[in-house]
Design a protein around this ligand. Structure first.
Ligand SMILES: C[S@@+](CC[C@H](N)C(=O)[O-])C[C@H]1O[C@@H](n2cnc3c(N)ncnc32)[C@H](O)[C@@H]1O
Length: 185
């Protein structure tokens, strides 16, 4: 089987706009993205899992495979994910369809989908995810920008608020992890 890096690079060259990174995220980013996921109740959806860097860490933290749903646009990545993670639900559909896959009261959405500077995707992906997240549910997003990947005015319109969980310098490129929650008045 080809390495994750080889598969990732091949798909990035075929679909640069969708894949948007030259290599899978490092183990350090995966740890930061999945921090605390072992304490979450309810189903967990990972969107844009690629070759499964975050998936591996979610499972390592003790989440049972049948609670985990992966939504990935790229069919080649879906094949890899099904082989690597038996028992995990892998859905070859865009994250924009999250309201149509029969989930509700999600504990957490973990996102590798590039949302930065794409207002339409912010609305369709993040907005719809909050429609199926539990009241206390969390949306975790990776970004390569030092700033929040969803501008504050967009957060306010969606009724959510974001905080930076941390920066991981040991990644190519350095990555930031933000978490978003509903803003309760
Ligand atoms: C930057 S890669 C991140 C992959 C992986 N999470 C990681 O960090 O190594 C972005 C991933 O999101 C997927 N993707 C892009 N747009 C998507 C969408 N609308 N819905 C689902 N997956 C999407 C791409 O195919 C790719 O696997």
């Amino acid at each position: 089987m080809a390495s994750d890096f080889t598969v990732f690079l091949g798909e990035m060259m075929r679909n640069p706009f969708e894949v948007s990174a030259i290599a899978p995220s490092s183990a350090a980013v995966a740890r930061k993205m999945t921090e605390g996921v072992e304490h979450v109740t309810g189903p967990i959806v990972e969107i844009g899992p690629g070759t499964g860097s975050f998936t591996k860490e979610i499972l390592r933290r003790g989440v049972s495979p049948d609670r985990l749903i992966l939504m990935e646009l790229n069919p080649r990545f879906c094949d890899e994910l099904r082989q690597k993670f038996p028992g995990v639900h892998v859905i070859n559909r865009p994250a924009q369809d999250i309201e149509q896959i029969g989930v509700e009261n999600l504990g957490c959405v973990i996102s590798g989908v590039p949302v930065l500077a794409r207002p339409q995707i912010q609305k369709e992906v993040v907005g719809r995810a909050f429609n199926v997240l539990a009241p206390e549910g969390i949306f975790v997003q990776i970004t390569y920008s030092p700033n929040a990947p969803i501008p504050e005015d967009v957060q306010a319109r969606m009724g959510i608020t974001g905080t930076k969980r941390g920066t991981v310098w040991a990644n190519l490129p350095p990555a930031r992890v933000f978490e978003f929650r509903r803003k309760f008045q």
